[in-house]
Design a protein around this ligand. Structure first.
Ligand code: FAD
Ligand code: DHB
Length: 427
C-alpha cells in the first residue's frame, strides 16, 4: 500500500497519462449555455450508461457526457464475461432482451496446465449460478438504445470536461461540443469516465489514497472470425506464458496471450499470433486450435489500482474511474455494474427521503467488494501467468497450487464462487 500525497506533483507514481492539471471551468469567449439536471454523468462506458438507465427507472433524470463518438464506444472491443449478478441487473432493468437471446451461458471453465485440462464445474460447485459470454460493446449498444428509446440525453464527442463546486450543493460540469460551450448544473456528479478520465483528478490533492500494482506483462487480445475450438473458456498456463481462449458467438473467437507490457503489436503478424496460441493451447493430446482471419488486435497493460474513498462531496466515482483489475478474473465490467447499482439505491433514497445514509456509505459498500475482486483478480493472475523472476522452484509451487485448485472441492468452489460473482449485498 502506498499513499500518494498529491496526484499533481512531480513525484506522482502513477503513469503520466493520469497526471493532469486540476480541471476547472475555464471562462470562454462565448457565453456558455447553462442547463440543469439531477445527476450529471461523465462517461458513456458500461458504468455511466447503466447508471443513467437505472436512475431513469427510479424517476431520476441524468445527462451523460462522452468524449468519444457513439460509433466508437459501440465498437470498442473489451470485456466478454458477465457475472450472474450483472446479467440479473441488465435483465430485470429491461436492457437484457438481446443478451438473453444472444449471450452464451457457460456452466464451467477449463484450467489447462501440465498437459491436461481441468474443468471447474459451476453447476456442481455453485448450483444455479453461471456466467454469460456477451461482448461489452453489445452491452453498451443495448444500454444506449434503451436510453435513447426512453428519451435519454447522451451527449457524444464532448471535450474539455471540467468539474466545479463538487464540495457544495450545486456542482456543475462544463464542456465543449460542436454547438459551443455549455454548463450543466446538477445535484450530483457521477465520475464514470474510466481510468484515464478527469473526474478523479477533480478531487483536491490529499483527499484520496491510491493503492496500485503493475504487472510485468500485458495481454495481446485478438478477435478472430473462426468457430471457437472449445465450448467453454480455457485459461492455459504454460512455460511459454499464459493464453486464454474465449469467444463471442458460434462464429467468432476471442483470444489473449501474455506478452511484454510494452509489446509492439507490429511485431505480431497474424501467423505469429496463431503459432503462439497453438504452442500455449495445444498442450492436451488430440486438441487442435482452429484458425481464421483476425478481425481486431491490440495490447493492454495490466494493472491493479484502487482509489479510497470513491466519493468527495457531491462527486461519486464508479467503475474504472475508481479501480482497475487485471483482466484475468474477468471482473472490471462487473465491478462497474455493481458500483452503479449501489449508487442508484443511494441516490434513490436521497431523492425519496433526503436521507444521506446510503450516500454516506457508498464508498464503504463498494470498497468491500472492490477489495474482494482485487484479491481474486491478483490471485488468478499470479496463478496462471509466468513471471520472469520465477525459478524452477517457483514454477513447481505454481503447478502444485493449480493442481490443488482443481482437485480439492473446497479450493475449486472458492474459485467458482468468485468467478461467477459473489452474492450482491448492497446495504
Ligand atoms: P470505461 O469503459 O473505460 O468507460 C469510460 C468512458 O468515459 C469511456 O467511454 C471514455 O471514452 C469516457 N471518457 C473518458 N474521459 C472522459 C472525459 N474527460 N469526458 C467525457 N468522457 C470521458 N471486465 C469484465 O468484467 N469482464 C471481462 O471479461 C473483462 N475483460 C477485459 C479484457 C480487456 C482486454 C480489457 C482492456 C478490459 C477487460 N475488462 C473486463 C474490464 C472492463 O472492460 C472495464 O472494467 C470496463 O470497461 C469499465 O467500465 P467503465 O464504464 O467504468 O469505464
Ligand atoms: C474475456 C476477457 C477476460 O478478461 C476473461 O478473463 C475472460 C474472457 C473475453 O474478452 O472474452
Amino acid at each position: 500500500m502506498r499513499t500518494l500525497p498529491s496526484r499533481h506533483n512531480a513525484t506522482c507514481a502513477l503513469p503520466c497519462a493520469t497526471r493532469r492539471p486540476y480541471p476547472r471551468i475555464v471562462a470562454s469567449p462565448q457565453t456558455p449555455v447553462t442547463s440543469r439536471t439531477q445527476v450529471a454523468i461523465v462517461g458513456a462506458g458500461p458504468a455511466g450508461l447503466l447508471l443513467s438507465h437505472l436512475l431513469h427507472l427510479r424517476g431520476i433524470e441524468s445527462v451523460v457526457l462522452e468524449a468519444r463518438s457513439r460509433e466508437y464506444v459501440e465498437q470498442r472491443v473489451r470485456a466478454g464475461v458477465l457475472e450472474q449478478g450483472t446479467v440479473d441487473t441488465l435483465v430485470s432493468s429491461g436492457a437484457g432482451e438481446r443478451l438473453l437471446r444472444e449471450g452464451l451461458v457457460h456452466h464451467g471453465i477449463e484450467l489447462r496446465f501440465g498437459g491436461a485440462g481441468h474443468r471447474i464445474a459451476f453447476e456442481k460447485l455453485v448450483p444455479g449460478r453461471a456466467i454469460t459470454v456477451y461482448g461489452q460493446q453489445e452491452v453498451v449498444k443495448d444500454l444506449i438504445a434503451a436510453r435513447l428509446a426512453a428519451g435519454g440525453d447522451i451527449r457524444f464527442e464532448v471535450s474539455d470536461v471540467g468539474l466545479d463546486g463538487i464540495d457544495g450543493e450545486r456542482p456543475a460540469v462544463s464542456f465543449w461540443n460542436k454547438s459551443g460551450s455549455a454548463i450543466i448544473e446538477a445535484d450530483f456528479i457521477a465520475g464514470c469516465d474510466g481510468f484515464h478520465g478527469v473526474c478523479r483528478d477533480a478531487i483536491p490533492p490529499g483527499v484520496l489514497r491510491f493503492f496500485d500494482k503493475d504487472y510485468p506483462f500485458g495481454w495481446l487480445g485478438v478477435l478472430a472470425a473462426v468457430e471457437p475450438s472449445s465450448e467453454e473458456l480455457i485459461y492455459a498456463s504454460s512455460d511459454r506464458g499464459f493464453a486464454l481462449h474465449s469467444m463471442r458467438s458460434p462464429q467468432v473467437s476471442r483470444f489473449y496471450l501474455q506478452v511484454a507490457p510494452d509489446e509492439d503489436i507490429a511485431a505480431w503478424p497474424d501467423r505469429r499470433i496463431w503459432d503462439e496460441l497453438a504452442a500455449r493451447l495445444e498442450t492436451v493430446p488430440g486438441w487442435k486450435l482452429s484458425t481464421g482471419p483476425l478481425i481486431e488486435k491490440g495490447v493492454t497493460a495490466m494493472r491493479s489500482f484502487v482509489t479510497e474513498p470513491m466519493q468527495f462531496g457531491r462527486l461519486f466515482l464508479a467503475g474504472d474511474a475508481a479501480h482497475i483489475v487485471p483482466p484475468t478474473g474477468a471482473k472490471g465490467l462487473n465491478l462497474a455494474a455493481f458500483d452503479v447499482t449501489v449508487l442508484t439505491e443511494a441516490l434513490a433514497e436521497w431523492y425519496a427521503s433526503g436521507d444521506t445514509a446510503l450516500l454516506d456509505g457508498y464508498s464503504r459498500a463498494c470498497l468491500r467488494r472492490v477489495w474482494r475482486v482485487q484479491h481474486f483478480s491478483w490471485w488468478m493472475t499470479t496463478l496462471l501467468h509466468t513471471f520472469e523472476h520465477y525459478d524452477a522452484y517457483d514454477r513447481r509451487l505454481q503447478e502444485s497450487y493449480l493442481d490443488y485448485v482443481c482437485s480439492s472441492d473446497a479450493a475449486s468452489t472458492s474459485l467458482a464462487e468468485n468467478y461467477v460473482g459473489l452474492e450482491r449485498a448492497i446495504r
